[in-house]
Design a protein. Structure first.
Length: 425
């Protein structure tokens, strides 16, 4: 079983090993074994968010080959610590720390800790993820509240086998993915509403692309809501979102949520950024092991990299046998996906776009790897393009783009029915 710590306030503990430790300072905070405080517990947590005092905090190397995470906070908060592999990372979840305005680049003295990400995770909780150059284990961790609230976490090198044995997220019912259906869904009436799952990219501690004070995660959530309203007004659609607020949702969880909703179609919505003038105008991406171009390859790498730095557990990756079964399932899904992408490109262009000069592309996006329903990733524009950025922050333009996507879904649904009717003949 993976080792992790769940802690309250004011304790200092050495040698993590394989122990689970739960401690609390009475009247200040408490954390249950589930990692999520109950109602009585939550009432004792101060209502204001803790803030990070950057000048007296640091993340970097310590003596004797060790690494240190030292965070000075405005008030004590409950927290928990665990590690993940692939690449090696240490995760610290807090209830709750406000990371807005914290300059992580300044806070990080790069060395054995090579990268840091932080921000909101799920409602009431925030997360710090520190990527490690090599496997390390937590040897001491504690929050000193004698003067101010200071969390100190000391890490030391450990061999890869030991690290791998002791890594993994805690099993918490409040954090687990929705269960995956054991059997295929029952056949549905062909005239039943089309179930569309909209996936606003990024969220929480993963802001996506940024330009000034505008973040991709916020623009995509607004657009997903606008597209949801457009589809509902049109009729014939059931629409759900993978996130309804500013929270982190892993790539794996997005697929699981779509499957739990009984998705007929999965649309992942983005407005990314690429340097060197590589991207202007809307594009629609389908899954492929081989990227159709350099820009698509870079986007796929960025998306997976964001998931790693947000603390996603990659240990459950498909094994070879499962991969073969998925490939067989995609033999049916892939042609329908490509037809969907083509219909969207046509309709989005007719709605005014603007579209990229090569609007239909392919790459190995992890979020598109579901084999049981057509999935595409739509970049409605690129925040790195001045023209696209002006459009993206314009609600009237977004409504026009939403209408184009709805028209594309209308076209695809009609053509898909015709193809199925021909097969039955």
């Amino acid at each position: 079983m993976a080792a992790h710590w769940e802690m309250g306030i004011g304790n200092s503990t050495g040698s993590l090993g394989l122990r689970r430790i739960v401690m609390a300072l009475a009247g200040v905070a408490c954390v249950l074994l589930s990692g999520i405080p109950d109602a009585a517990c939550a009432q004792s947590v101060p209502p204001a968010l803790a803030t990070v005092e950057q000048d007296s905090s640091r993340i970097g190397d310590a003596s004797r080959g060790r690494a240190l995470i030292e965070l000075s906070l405005s008030q004590p908060v409950p927290y928990r610590i665990f590690t993940l592999d692939g690449p090696p990372r240490v995760i610290i979840d807090f209830r709750e720390v406000d990371w807005d305005g914290v300059d992580l680049d300044t806070l990080l003295d790069a060395g054995r800790i090579t990268a840091v990400a932080a921000g909101s995770y799920v409602p009431g909780w925030s997360r710090l993820v520190a990527e490690l150059e090599d496997p390390m284990e937590v040897v001491t961790a504690g929050m000193d509240v004698s003067d101010r609230a200071v969390l100190n976490v000391m890490l030391q090198p450990v061999d890869a086998d030991t690290f791998s044995r002791n890594t993994g997220p805690p099993v918490d019912a409040g954090w687990d993915l929705p269960p995956v259906a054991a059997a295929a869904p029952a056949p549905r009436d062909p005239d039943a509403p089309l179930v569309v799952v909209l996936d606003p990219g990024h969220g929480g501690l993963d802001p996506g692309a940024q330009r000034g004070n505008v973040q991709e995660k916020d623009v995509m959530l607004s657009f997903a809501r606008e597209l949801q309203a457009e589809l509902r007004r049109a009729g014939g659609y059931e629409v759900s979102l993978t996130r309804h607020d500013d929270r982190f949702v892993s790539l794996e969880a997005r697929i699981s949520l779509a499957r739990a909703a009984g998705a007929d179609v999965f649309l992942s919505l983005h407005a990314d950024a690429l340097a060197d003038g590589l991207a202007h105008g809307a594009t629609v991406h389908v899954l492929s092991d081989e990227a159709s171009d350099i820009a698509s390859e870079k986007l796929a790498e960025r998306h997976d990299r964001s998931d790693i730095l947000s603390g996603a557990d990659l240990s459950g990756a498909d094994d070879e046998v499962t991969g073969i079964l998925l490939d067989l399932a995609r033999q049916e899904t892939q042609p329908r996906t490509e037809a969907l992408a083509s219909a969207l490109v046509r309709a989005m262009g007719q709605s005014g776009g603007p579209m990229n000069r090569r609007p239909l592309r392919a790459a190995s996006f992890s979020v598109l790897k579901a084999a049981d329903f057509p999935s595409v990733l739509i970049e409605i524009g690129f925040m790195s393009s001045p023209r696209d950025f002006t459009n993206l922050i314009n609600p009237d333009w977004r409504i026009g783009m939403a209408r184009g996507i709805r028209n594309g879904l209308d076209i695809w649904r009609r053509e898909d029915r015709e193809r199925k009717a021909q097969v039955r003949k």
